[in-house]
Design a protein around this ligand. Structure first.
Ligand SMILES: [Zn+2]
Length: 411
């Protein structure tokens, strides 16, 4: 089965021959001859279906094998409706397996895994995991944030909230000041000798989440994103730099880039309390199991203790913080928002998962030029979680979904 799933899906995307003929001497072509494609609930999906094409490309499929996808067709359709008239991506994963539940892009190119974005504040969840696992902070560590971080002429602004604040409060407020202080303590605090060594350790931890490299999904053209190296800063600043020089990466800006798929995977890591399964879209090929690499768990470098603390912050965010609208859902959700600034526009970003104690779905939403994270990211993420967990949307949520659909974003 090794590489079988990858092969078959790659062919689906690349386009099967279309005339039903096999290439001479190439036994593996048999594997690409798909007779039937089903979603995770056994629903047959037409080869010409636009929603399937969204994931698998423009290919047609020939006769032979049956393929079951991990996709929840109804969830995929809802995601597509919600992001219509906007640019961005919605990705949902099943944390316990890494199965992709939906993967929606608008326009139709696969922005979920092919387009690296500036992650913004949702990256603070990863930052918190690293800082705690490295022993730089504990959940009780307080830092000030007087409408932002200020040092000499440097100012990274934040919105108004109580100060000083704990990690839980900082996550619930998506606070800039807190994470600037924490990151500086790691880079400049002397624990690693030099800032270069501190940066190497930071990068190693970040890369254990699947950032800065492909995750290995069974689809081609996945982007790596960027987690910068100390060498890069040595080159740019001629060896004369410290934590303050690169402070923007503390809050998920600057050189850091991640795909929506990587952000959904971060959410799954937190939901799983420290591990993940490589995301994949093929569940089964006519009774065969999938490649073992998609079954075994990938352990990150963060502890369960650190994940539990981040979960407290993401839960507070969903009850009283920047994701408070999630408190209206009939299950206990966790989330963190981001508003990222890129070329003068604010992008609306969200990651979350639910239910908190037995996570079934982890989501990432990225709406380009969508404004505050709470404007599009949180509502779309909440609707996707509700649809998956309850099988349907409540009447009020249905109305809300229609409102979201009506809101087009001009570019
Ligand atoms: Zn703040």
């Amino acid at each position: 089965m090794k590489h079988f799933a990858l092969f078959i899906v790659a062919l689906l995307i690349a386009g099967c021959t279309g005339n039903g003929q096999k290439a001479k001497g190439d036994q593996s072509i048999d594997a690409a001859d798909c007779e039937k494609i089903m979603d995770r609930n056994g629903k047959t999906v037409e080869r010409s279906d636009t929603i399937l094409k969204e994931i698998l490309g423009e290919a047609g499929v020939e006769t032979g094998k049956s393929v079951t996808l991990t996709i929840d067709y109804e969830l995929q359709r809802l995601g597509k409706e919600l992001i219509e008239g906007k640019q961005g991506a919605v990705v949902a994963l099943e944390p316990s397996t890494g199965e992709v539940l939906c993967m929606v892009s608008s326009p139709t190119d696969n922005r979920c895994m092919m387009k690296p974005y500036t992650p913004g504040s949702v990256f603070k969840a990863a930052q918190a995991l690293v800082l705690m696992s490295e022993g730089i902070i504990t959940p009780e560590t307080h830092y000030p944030c007087e409408r932002g971080f200020r040092h000499d002429s440097l100012c990274i602004a934040c919105h108004g909230h109580a100060s000083p604040l704990t990690l839980t409060e900082a996550l619930s407020q998506a606070c800039n000041g807190y994470f600037c202080h924490g990151f500086l303590d790691m880079m400049n605090g002397g624990k690693y000798g030099t800032v270069q060594e501190a940066m190497k350790k930071w990068r190693e931890d970040m890369c254990s989440f699947g950032f800065g490299d492909i995750l290995g999904i069974d689809l081609p053209h996945e982007s790596r994103g960027i987690i910068p190296k100390a060498d890069y800063y040595d080159m740019v600043y001629d060896g004369q730099w410290d934590g303050q020089t690169i402070l923007s990466i503390a809050i998920g800006q600057g050189e850091v880039m991640t795909t929506p798929l990587q952000l959904a995977n971060l959410s799954a890591i937190i939901a799983n309390r420290g591990h993940f399964h490589i995301p994949h879209v093929v569940k089964e090929i006519r009774g065969d199991t999938i490649d073992s690499k998609y079954i075994s768990a990938q352990q990150t470098k963060v502890s369960r203790y650190a994940c539990d603390a981040v979960i407290l912050g993401m839960r507070l965010s969903a009850t009283r913080g920047t994701c408070w609208t999630l408190s209206q859902l009939p299950f206990e959700a966790c989330g963190i928002t981001g508003t990222t600034i890129s070329q003068g526009h604010d992008h609306s970003v969200f990651i979350g998962f639910a239910p908190v104690d037995d996570p079934k779905i982890a989501v990432a939403v990225y709406v380009e030029n969508g404004g505050w994270g709470a404007k599009f990211g949180v509502p779309i993420g909440g609707l996707v979680m509700e649809k998956f967990l309850n099988g349907k949307l409540s009447e009020a949520s249905g109305d809300f979904a229609r409102q979201i659909r009506m809101q087009q974003i001009d570019f």
